[in-house]
Design a protein around this ligand. Structure first.
Ligand SMILES: NC(=O)c1ccc[n+]([C@@H]2O[C@H](COP(=O)([O-])OP(=O)(O)OC[C@H]3O[C@@H](n4cnc5c(N)ncnc54)[C@H](O)[C@@H]3O)[C@@H](O)[C@H]2O)c1
Length: 440
């Protein structure tokens, strides 16, 4: 099949590459010339395990192309995916300007029947807006061309995106016409050979499914963090409570790890957008509001422990940070707890030495660009040289079982603040460390 994917970010690039891997001819379109030039030179602008090799292979096989020209790409396309960003607007709602601008361009350039697919996470009713925008552009051209607008929310996880896309738990399709459903079934058939993963529903339910899924996962995280905060106050151990409740198959172990809060490009903005959607329909989403409030406070729990230990003024103190990305396996720092924690510590006079296997460029060039007193180092142990304390913020594999003797030797005071509760099994107190974690 001939496919166009508009938006070459985490979702667009991964989806386009995986569709090309199955033998489709895929053209990825982006307005960012720099990004497209890099991709055409074989430089992959994001880090995602397995992506680079798959892109290079499919470019070589002539199944995958990159361009800034939608007009040329759309000529032979049967299906066009919209995978541009839907960032948080000033009022918390999803900003649809990129999606609708793409819809307008599709209406201006399409030449034959198309299935237009919303893959971006969009508020309920967006497919109707996309349809109206394309139709208005066609009317301007005095053209009558049939098209469908389908919702196909994406559930991939950064850090495991290729695997998630190639072996999805489910493919949700919100569509009206049999033609569009059939096209989508054909496209996704190679991704669900072993058992049926295709779930067809109406368009609004598909749009809502994405928000409901992310809100559910964010709720589990905030719920556990709240339990952890109560544990700490009543003298219980959140790590043991986690195992105690996770063993109940109705609850399960996923997404109940106590930590310093969720971040990333999706949960924060999607939780906020869902709250906003509800309020636009005169519903006060109390639980969703609390999930967000708990998370905002949770991001600073580790900073508050450091302040409690050293005092309000951190002048003269150096803190070694392990992990900047919002989770392991990605260079993405959008809404990462590290941003909030580092800013809070620096505001109080602390100096930071930070290490992350993948996210240092993101931190330096964007997220902590204007923050003074942050030094980036190229190994985890270097971050601890002459530092008062070590802080773990992202549970990268290389941080899981470190050399604690080395850590003790390097730190001025053997002290670990563990924002991801990774080290509680190591009996750090017996090894002579002051050890602080979440929920104990
Ligand atoms: N990142 C994730 O893990 C994830 C997972 C599931 C769903 N989503 C959703 O998918 C959507 C995309 O997310 P992302 O993380 O890939 O975004 P991103 O910011 O990484 O990429 C978006 C891309 O769209 C491009 N773009 C913007 N306007 C354009 C236009 N008019 N024409 C062509 N290209 C244009 C940008 O230049 C950018 O390269 C969002 O709605 C997001 O919520 C993201």
């Amino acid at each position: 099949m001939n496919i166009v994917v508009i938006g070459t970010g985490y979702v667009g690039l991964v989806s386009g590459t995986c569709f090309s891997e199955m033998g489709n001819k895929v053209t990825c379109v982006d307005i960012d010339i720099n990004k497209i030039e890099k991709l055409n030179q074989g430089i992959i602008p994001i880090y995602e395990p397995g992506l680079e090799a798959m892109v290079l292979k499919n470019v070589q096989n002539q199944n995958l192309f990159f361009t800034t020209s939608l007009e040329n790409a759309i000529e032979t396309a049967e299906i066009v995916f919209i995978a541009v960003g839907t960032p948080m607007g000033d009022d918390g709602s999803a900003d649809l300007q990129y999606v609708l601008s793409v819809a307008k361009s599709i209406g201006k350039t399409m030449q034959k029947r198309l299935v237009v697919v919303d893959k971006s996470t969009v508020p309920i009713g967006t497919a109707d807006k996309v349809r109206a925008t394309i139709q208005a552009a066609l009317n301007n051209r005095r053209e009558t061309i049939e098209f469908d607008v389908v919702s196909n929310p994406e559930f991939l996880k950064e850090g495991a995106a290729i695997n998630d896309f190639m072996k999805p738990d489910r493919v949700v399709i919100g569509a009206k016409s049999d033609y569009a459903i059939e096209k989508m079934k054909q496209l996704y058939a190679p991704f669900s050979m072993s058992h049926e993963r295709f779930i067809v529903m109406d368009v609004r339910s598909a749009e809502m499914t994405k928000y409901a899924a992310n809100a559910m996962l964010a709720t589990k995280i905030s719920f556990m963090n709240e339990i952890a905060n109560i544990c700490e106050r009543v003298g219980a151990d959140a790590n043991q409570v986690r195992i105690g409740i996770g063993s109940d198959s109705r609850i399960g172990y996923n997404f109940i790890y106590p930590g310093c809060g969720y971040g990333g490009s999706c949960f924060p903005k999607d939780v906020k957008a869902l709250k906003k959607i509800a309020s636009e329909y005169n519903y006060d989403a109390k639980l969703i509001t609390s999930v967000e409030e708990v998370n905002d406070a949770q991001k600073l729990v580790i900073a508050n422990k450091i302040i409690k230990r050293f005092g309000e003024d951190l002048t003269g103190k150096t803190v070694g940070i392990w992990g900047l990305a919002f989770k392991p396996g990605t260079d993405d720092m959008r809404e990462a707890p590290a941003i909030y924690i580092i800013k809070e510590l620096v505001k109080r006079g602390a100096k930071i030495k930070a290490y992350d296997p993948k996210a240092i460029t993101e931190a330096k060039e964007f997220y902590l660009k204007d923050v003074e007193n942050v030094q980036y180092v190229n190994s985890k142990y270097k971050a601890l040289e002459n530092s008062e304390a070590m802080v773990l913020l992202t549970e990268w594999k290389e941080f899981r079982s470190p050399d604690f003797d080395e850590i003790k030797k390097l730190l001025k005071i053997p002290m670990i603040f563990d924002g991801r509760n990774q080290y509680n099994i190591f009996n750090l107190a017996e090894k002579g460390f002051e050890y602080y974690q979440i929920g104990k």
